[in-house]
Each structure stands twice: as structure tokens, then as C-alpha cells.
Write a protein that binds this ligand. Structure first.
Ligand SMILES: Cc1cc2nc3c(=O)[nH]c(=O)nc-3n(C[C@H](O)[C@H](O)[C@H](O)COP(=O)(O)O)c2cc1C
Length: 327
């Protein structure tokens, strides 16, 4: 439970800017994500009333439970962003203190806030007070190896009224290099009594179980492993619920999922933007399949939506090399 929200399985889709938009989440929900979070929304962008920000916060009726993620270091902007998010039908609000991107850290937001524990408390308290929804927090384990403060930040979060914490087991200095340290996630779990989700480098059911064993966490959040592979959610879900492993679909069964994803991309973003976004998603879907390198080279050059659909269908459903003649 998260406040009054029932979560049927402690398996969360990680927020990923530019990726976890409504169409991507629509697919992830079908494969059993227990909890989802939007892309990060900068509190300044909310204040400036940017159009794109409204689109990023759109929530589909089948997506619950879902949280809108906000980021920023100014308690006033964050309070306003939280109220704005609450009016958009979100079930909870997630605060990002894990983003390592320079542009965000320069404004002392994202993971840069972890260096300033006083400001962490101020931001969290402002958001908790602003809305009548559960507040969750996503952090890294600290700024760098010599200043890891994951347990203290976890404690501050709990004392500020945060109801669930996600820890990505890397420091900011690590960016996405090296490995997530699952023991460090356990330091946060041991420090608090609110639920803690562990995150970083979970790629399948076995790694999910191992992360939970090492960290002692209550649940798992998965990001990059879901790109082009929403089936991993069904696998991890089954492992967490003790159910039989689902079979990963092949060929035309995969195409049905990809087709649904592409049509939802077009409905949500319009054909022009969908066509650009389709490139990365279709290429991720094709990863590791026979002939995928050649398919990727060919697909990247396509600019017409109909051709993208035809070539993708032929690649997933046709005989070897059929797709070369599809466009
Ligand atoms: C392209 C990309 C965009 C991301 N955007 C966000 C974001 O908007 N908010 C956030 O809290 N984390 C963001 N992350 C971090 C992920 O949520 C997650 O913590 C990280 O990828 C580690 O988990 P994984 O190993 O399962 O991918 C992003 C990661 C990637 C790769």
C-alpha cells in the first residue's frame, strides 16, 4: 500500500526522460508493471506553463497507480508543481533527487541536492504540505564515493513525511558507469520503516531476486532493461508473485505489441514526432534478433510513417529479408 493506493505487485517502471511517455507506459502496464512514474517534469517548466509539460503529465485511464515526477530545488516552485500535478489525476507525486544530468544539477536540482541535506528537507516538507497525496522520493546513494549519505537522506525523507523511497544504487559521480551497489541500497532500507524500492542493473527475474536478497528491499524498479523488452516486466512480476514464468513471444506476437505501441505513439504525439520516436523504440525491439544490424541501418533512413510500419511488420512477421522489399 502507498497511502490508500493498493499496489498489486512491488514492481515499478523507472521514470526515463524521453522514453516513459504515455504510449510506452500503455505497453508496460499490459505486461504487469505494478507502479509507473511519468518522465521528470521540471518545476520551472510548470511555472513557465510550457505546452510540452502538460503533454508529459497526461495520464491514461488504465495507468493507475501512477505518479507524476517533479524536480527542482526551490521549495516554492516545487509546492506549485505538486499542486499542478495533483490536478492532473496523479495518484502520488514522485520527487527526483537522482538525475545526474549537468543541466539539472547546475540548478542544484536532481542529484545535486543530495549534497545539501538542509535543502532536501525543505523541498520535501514543502511538497508534503502542498497536497493531500502520497509523496515518494527517488535518489542515488550520494554525490560521490567519498560522500555517500543514502541512509541520512532516507531518514530525512521519512521524517519529512515521504511515504516511499526508491534508491538507484549509484552515486551521481558514477553517472551510468560501473555497477549499481545493491548493498548501499540496503543501507537506506535499514535506516527507515517506509517501503524502499531498489533500482539499478536489474535485467531479469534472477537479478531482481538477487537485488532484493542483497538489499532487503520491498520492491524493484526497472528502467533500461524494459526498452524494447516490456516482456521483462511479465517475467519479473511472475517471479515476485511466485507464478510460472511466461513465455517470451516471438515473431508476429511481438509485432502485435510493437504495432500497438506505434499506433499509440501516433495518437499521442502526432505522426511527425511519432515517426522520430519510433526509430529508437523499433530499433530496441529488434535488438538481438537475426538480421537486426542490417534492419537497423535500413530503418534509420526511413522518414515515412507508412514505410516504417510496413518494414517493421515485415521484419517481425515475414521470412528472412522480406522486410528489405517492404518499403
Ligand atoms: C534515458 C534515461 C532517462 C532517465 N530519466 C530519468 C528521469 O526522468 N527521472 C529519474 O528519476 N530517473 C531517470 N533515469 C534513471 C532511471 O530511472 C534509473 O534510475 C536508472 O536507469 C537505473 O535503473 P536501470 O539500471 O534499471 O536502468 C533515466 C535513465 C535513463 C537511461
Amino acid at each position: 500500500m502507498l497511502g490508500r493506493i493498493r499496489i498489486d505487485v512491488p514492481l515499478a517502471l523507472a521514470p526515463m526522460a524521453g522514453i516513459t511517455d504515455l504510449p510506452f507506459r500503455h505497453i508496460c502496464k499490459q505486461f504487469g508493471a505494478g507502479l509507473m512514474i511519468t518522465e521528470m517534469i521540471a518545476s520551472r517548466a510548470v511555472e513557465q506553463g510550457r505546452m510540452r509539460t502538460g503533454r508529459m503529465a497526461e495520464i491514461g485511464s488504465n495507468e493507475h497507480p501512477i505518479g507524476i515526477q517533479i524536480a527542482g530545488s526551490d521549495p516554492d516552485y516545487m509546492r506549485e508543481a505538486a499542486r499542478w500535478a495533483a490536478m492532473r489525476g496523479t495518484d502520488f507525486i514522485d520527487i527526483n533527487m537522482g538525475c545526474p544530468v549537468k543541466k539539472i544539477c547546475k540548478q542544484v536540482a536532481g542529484s545535486a541536492l543530495l549534497k545539501d541535506e538542509g535543502s532536501v528537507a525543505k523541498v520535501l516538507e514543502a511538497v508534503v504540505d502542498a497536497v493531500n497525496l502520497p509523496i515518494t522520493l527517488k535518489i542515488r546513494t550520494g554525490w560521490d564515493e567519498s560522500s555517500k549519505n543514502v541512509a541520512r537522506i532516507a531518514k530525512i525523507a521519512e521524517e519529512s513525511g515521504v511515504q516511499m523511497l526508491t534508491v538507484h544504487g549509484r552515486t551521481r559521480a558514477q553517472m551510468f558507469n560501473g555497477y549499481a551497489n545493491w548493498n548501499d541500497i540496503g543501507l537506506a532500507k535499514a535506516a527507515v520503516s517506509i517501503p524502499v524500492l531498489g533500482n539499478g542493473d536489474v535485467v531479469d527475474a534472477a537479478s531482481a531476486k538477487e537485488m532484493l536478497r542483497i538489499s532487503g528491499c520491498d520492491g524493484v524498479m526497472i528502467g533500461r532493461a524494459v526498452q524494447g523488452n516490456p516482456w521483462v516486466l511479465a517475467e519479473v512480476r511472475a517471479a515476485l508473485l511466485g507464478e510460472p514464468m511466461p513465455v517470451k513471444p516471438e515473431g508476429s506476437e511481438r509485432w502485435h505489441v510493437i504495432h500497438d505501441h506505434l499506433l499509440t505513439l501516433k495518437a499521442h504525439h502526432g505522426e511527425q514526432i511519432a515517426s522520430k520516436l519510433a526509430r529508437k523504440h523499433v530499433i530496441w525491439y529488434s535488438k538481438g534478433l537475426n538480421g537486426s544490424a542490417e534492419f537497423r541501418r535500413h530503418f534509420q533512413l526511413l522518414t515515412c510513417w507508412e514505410a516504417q510500419l510496413a518494414v517493421t511488420e515485415a521484419f517481425f512477421c515475414g521470412e528472412a529479408q522480406d522486410w528489405l522489399h517492404a518499403a
